[in-house]
Design a protein around this ligand. Structure first.
Ligand SMILES: Cc1cc2nc3c(=O)[nH]c(=O)nc-3n(C[C@H](O)[C@H](O)[C@H](O)COP(=O)(O)OP(=O)(O)OC[C@H]3O[C@@H](n4cnc5c(N)ncnc54)[C@H](O)[C@@H]3O)c2cc1C
Length: 474
């Protein structure tokens, strides 16, 4: 029986879990093409999960096993929407699964947001994870135009900002905010063990950050941190945690279990003595939590130097409202961490309001009806929520819909598995494959080991291509 040829756009966890679900079933033979605009796979597992969390980053090894299966082929360095249109891709395969993530960010919508020194968490994260978009090749100044996601900062700007920051404000109370806080304040010795690119490590070694302020517009019982990650802040050497007095008077019945645990951690910290009092080798660094506080304006002359805030409260109707002026916080760097956001991919249905691809159980809805052979999974399906594992059940739901459409005769196997390769070759495009990834992997490990650590990330596209021994495209 001819295999069903399925193309998956995006090699993050959701795309790879979809490939895994397709390979694990035995009802129909499949041939799976996983495309990514980057030369390397793994999406945010490589370019989002914090470098000081190596055990979470090692999920990559599990994902790699799926990409190495004989039914699966990785097509790296292929941008759908630039190298080929969605329409062309759909014409070369039997079904497409959109798994291209949610790479953009939400804005605060306040005056001063565009001042120098005000950036999205997505940009800072991309910088410290060594994402090629933020680390353009110096000899190719046009490199930023290669893809549809062009970040507002590059590595030089990020290095300058981080190097000249004493006080930073991080807006948001989710896990990404915690990652940013940790990377900004954590001792250099800790960071030196990570797989960060050398230039990022050097920039962080030159930091002079002493204070990071975290702003939560609701109370300490409304944070979306996971408690383990929150606790980790309290263990950082030489870092004190300073917490505004907050309202303990809560009805536990209205608060979820995780929020209650977080509240417990925060309460313990608010009662804790400083690191100097505990006798630790204090470096004089502090993390300040400000709850019921939101920014109303960023102030600066060219570059931001402070954040004006207001206090907030819940009114009798349950709405969050202003409750008078809050502190003006000194800030050379403001990182907004108020959520990622999906973007439209030309040729793919898109719900602007929800910033997702419209669907039902993973079947894409186009002009009000189910689109034959189009499916969606991951962050672009459900929004930027959940942990890596959430993408697995999400991908299984999508693949279950796809398989039931095959069983119902909605989809037929009409294409051969080399059609996509021929289409790309006809355009002079030679994608990177898993053999290339293994050479990049070996090069990063060797480079790291020569520096006494497990791995050193290659940040530039040209360095990745060179390690893969792959020809640069004209
Ligand atoms: C900063 C940060 C830290 C996180 N830390 C953790 C953590 O510690 N633990 C945890 O459980 N979860 C964490 N998460 C959440 C986790 O990363 C996500 O759940 C997961 O990555 C979403 O998977 P995805 O496949 O939908 O998207 P992504 O991982 O974003 O993958 C999408 C892929 O699509 C590719 N792509 C985009 N457009 C195109 C195109 N046009 N053509 C071809 N390819 C394209 C991208 O290059 C990317 O590789 C974190 C998220 C962030 C942002």
């Amino acid at each position: 029986m001819r295999p069903y040829v399925v193309a998956i756009i995006g090699s993050g966890p959701s795309g790879i879990y979809a490939a895994e679900a397709l390979c694990q079933q035995t009802d129909v033979p499949v041939s799976v093409a996983v495309l990514d605009r980057l030369p390397v796979p793994f999406g945010l597992v490589r370019y989002g999960v914090a470098p000081d969390h190596p055990s979470i980053r090692s999920i990559r090894n599990v994902l790699e096993r799926t990409l190495s299966r004989p039914e699966v082929r990785f097509y790296g360095d292929v941008t759908v929407g630039r190298d080929l249109t969605v329409e062309e891709l759909r014409g070369a395969v039997d079904a497409v699964i959109y798994a291209y993530g949610a790479a953009s960010d939400r804005r605060l919508g306040i005056p001063g947001e565009d001042l120098e020194g005000s950036i999205a968490a997505a940009e800072l994260v991309a910088w410290y994870c060594g994402h090629p978009d933020v680390h353009p090749d110096l000899d190719r100044p046009d490199a930023g135009d290669r893809d549809q996601v062009t970040p507002a900062i590059d590595a030089a700007a990020a290095t300058r900002l981080v190097g000249s920051t004493r006080s930073a404000v991080v807006v948001g109370v989710g896990n990404v905010a915690l990652d940013v806080v940790r990377i900004l304040i954590r001792p250099t010795a800790d960071l030196a063990r990570t797989d960060m690119a050398e230039e990022v490590l050097t920039a962080l070694q030159g930091r002079s950050v002493t204070d990071v302020h975290v702003l939560g517009r609701r109370g300490p019982a409304h944070t979306s941190f996971t408690t383990k990650e929150l606790r980790e802040l309290g263990d950082l050497d030489g870092v004190d945690i300073v917490i505004d007095p907050f309202d303990h008077d809560l009805d536990p019945a209205t608060v979820g279990k995780v929020a209650l645990r977080n509240l417990g951690v925060l309460s313990t910290w608010s009662a804790r003595e400083s690191s100097a009092e505990r006798g630790s080798r204090g470096a004089g660094r502090r993390i300040h939590f400000h709850f019921w506080t939101r920014p109303t304006a960023l102030v600066g002359d060219g570059r931001v130097h402070s954040v004006i805030t207001e206090r907030t409260k819940i009114d009798s109707g349950g709405a969050l409202v202003g409750d008078g002026p809050g502190p003006e916080l000194p800030a050379d760097l403001v990182v907004r961490s108020v959520g990622y956001r999906g973007t439209a991919l030309p040729g793919v249905p898109y719900d602007e309001e929800k910033a997702r691809v419209p669907h039902a159980e993973g079947r894409v809805i186009r002009d009000g009806s189910f689109a034959t052979g189009e499916y969606v999974t991951g962050w672009i399906k459900r929004g930027p929520t959940g942990v890596i594992g959430t993408n697995k059940s999400d991908a299984v739901e999508t693949v279950t819909s796809l398989l039931s459409d095959i069983a119902d005769g909605e989809l037929s196997a009409g294409h051969d598995s080399d059609e996509l390769g021929r289409l790309l070759a006809g355009r002079g495009i030679t994608p990177l494959n898993m053999g290339d990834w293994r050479r990049i992997d070996a090069a990063e490990i060797a480079r790291g080991q020569s520096q006494g650590r497990d791995r050193a990330t290659l940040a530039h596209r040209s360095a990745l291509l060179a390690a893969a021994e792959h020809e640069e495209r004209p």
